[in-house]
Design a protein around this ligand. Structure first.
Ligand SMILES: Cc1ncc(C[n+]2csc(CCOP(=O)(O)OP(=O)(O)O)c2C)c(N)n1
Length: 371
């Protein structure tokens, strides 16, 4: 195991002081250290493509840069990787945490394909890749080679990080703003579930929100979207436009909504009256360790209103949420921005302990009468 300090110092030794990323729980202590350490900058990006482009901008400006991402974010990264950095020859170092690797079957199904193929995909597009070693004494050699190749070839290089290779020192949660919101996610989910009709559909987002919904309010009309972070709202739009006689709820996180913010414009434009977009905003990526998002300074409900949602509300507590849920009329799309505190309460079971993803699909199809 290598310590975050050794890793960050080894990178700093090569001038890497600018970091951008989307978190993975493997990086909790590392991101915490980067945010605390003088001379370092960590930018919390809404998606991995934006992280790479920001890093490219820093690199263009003379500051060697690193992107932190989970392999699940590779799809978001691929566009600026292949059409910006690799063709404009802008050097950036990628630190990629590897879910579903080395044994794809040992992890959640949504990680299996990239767990098994990412090394080959990087090789195919021409990115030099190696694994981050799990021993402190081997670390400088690998970082030296990666930094030298990136600099000499003016290219992107990648270091793959297996589970447990970087010490996570018991720091399972990053401290930060937004922890003062009194409404707990558990209570928010109760208030929402109490007003969902039997025929309604709920599409829930990646991570703990889906896991808690499954744990406490499992029902056949729930679609637990565990991969494809940020796309629950687009799935819901497709359902809402196709099934106008059904109400469709989206249970989103702030990190997920920010990841593909453009989908709010799509929803506002096509304006299905039967869509209710609930954003459970804890100002953090809680599912990966509570790293801060940028939602503290973005009024997401105002964004939804500006995008053309018919009704938006900001709910700072349980009474406001209950009133908003009770007052849902026929006029949508609706956005409810619900400020919630952090903290998970009980350990949350994984949805896949009961339903593999294809069973979730089958259940919803039957519920919608299309199976
Ligand atoms: C494209 C992509 N990037 C990163 C991840 C890793 N990841 C899983 S859940 C999560 C955090 C989600 O944050 P948010 O939507 O705010 O919900 P919260 O965890 O706070 O409930 C992240 C970053 C992922 N699954 N997919």
């Amino acid at each position: 195991v290598i310590t975050p300090r050794r890793l960050v110092e080894a990178l700093q030794g090569h001038g890497y002081t600018f970091f951008a990323g989307v978190p993975c729980s493997f990086f909790t202590s590392t991101i915490r250290l980067l945010e605390a350490r003088g001379g370092m900058r960590y930018v919390a990006a809404p998606n991995e493509g934006a992280a790479l482009a920001t890093a490219a901008g820093a690199s263009l400006s003379g500051r060697p840069s690193v992107v932190l991402l989970q392999n699940s974010g590779f799809g978001n990264l691929l566009n600026p990787l292949t059409s910006l950095c690799l063709v404009y020859r802008i050097p950036v170092l990628l630190l990629i945490s590897m879910r579903g690797y080395p044994d794809p079957k040992a992890d959640e199904p949504q990680h299996r394909i990239l767990g098994a193929t990412l090394g080959r995909l990087l090789d195919t597009v021409g990115v030099w890749t190696t694994e981050l070693p799990d021993r402190d004494d081997a670390l400088p050699v690998v970082i030296d080679e990666a930094a030298r190749r990136s600099r000499d070839e003016q290219s992107v290089v990648a270091l793959l990080v297996r589970r447990g290779v970087i010490e996570n020192g018991g720091e399972t949660s990053c401290a930060g703003p937004g922890q003062d919101h009194p409404l707990a996610r558990t209570e928010a989910l109760h208030a929402i579930a109490a007003r969902v009709a039997a025929s309604d559909i709920i599409v829930s987002t990646t991570g703990h929100i889906s896991r808690e919904l499954f744990h406490r309010h499992d029902r056949v009309g729930n679609f637990y979207m565990q991969g494809s972070m940020g796309h629950a709202m687009a799935i819901a739009l497709g359902v809402a436009l196709t099934k106008p006689d059904r109400r469709v709820f989206v249970l989103d996180g702030d990190g997920a909504a920010l990841m593909h913010l453009g989908s709010l414009s799509m929803i506002g434009h096509y304006a299905p009256p039967n869509l209710v977009h609930v954003i459970l905003d804890n100002e953090a990526y809680e599912s990966t360790g509570g790293q801060a998002t940028t939602s503290r300074t973005t009024r997401l409900e105002d964004v939804a209103a500006a995008c053309g949602y018919a009704h938006v509300a900001r709910c700072a507590g349980g009474a406001e949420l209950a009133a908003s849920m009770a007052g849902l009329g026929e006029r949508g799309p609706v956005c409810l921005l619900v400020k919630i505190g952090r903290g998970t309460g009980d350990a949350l079971p994984r949805v896949t302990t009961e339903y593999p993803p294809e069973a979730t699909t089958r259940r919803l199809s039957e519920f919608l009468g299309v199976a």
